[in-house]
Design a protein around this ligand. Structure first.
Ligand SMILES: [Zn+2]
Length: 129
């Protein structure tokens, strides 16, 4: 596996951060088509007929599944928001992985460096001015 320098990793991270800045509206969850029974007692869906197909946006909240009904007029829009969420999530994951790699690279380069930089003590008193 090729090892990258901190500069290379930072350049890649910077490019990903630029992509993040271009992010559009997004929504978390997975879109599911579910069959539902309506509120009309005489409807065929209550007489053993097929239910009404509707689209829901599903996600887990604290271990419990949570569904949000998506009206037909918003199907395409919500599908795009959902796709954007997946894209942004993948970018976030990669940025985080790169940051982790930068930390590790920094640590290992310090280990082999002839001189360790002295850490300056943080001052606790109030800044003057
Ligand atoms: Zn019905």
């Amino acid at each position: 596996m090729k090892t990258f320098s901190v500069e290379e990793l930072e350049a890649r991270r910077k490019a990903l951060l630029r992509q993040l800045r271009r992010a559009g509206p997004l929504v978390e969850g997975s879109l599911a088509r579910v069959e539902r029974r309506c509120g009309t007692p005489g409807c065929q869906c209550h007489q053993g007929g097929p239910g009404h197909l509707q689209v829901s946006l599903c996600k887990k909240v604290a271990g419990r599944s949570h569904a949000t009904y998506v009206p037909k007029a918003l199907h395409e829009t919500v599908r795009q928001w959902n796709q954007e969420h997946k894209r942004v999530k993948a970018i976030l994951k990669e940025i985080s992985a790169l940051s982790e790699q930068i930390i590790r690279t920094y640590v290992s380069s310090r280990r082999t460096a002839p001189q360790k930089p002295r850490l300056r003590r943080l001052k606790t008193e109030k800044p003057s001015g």
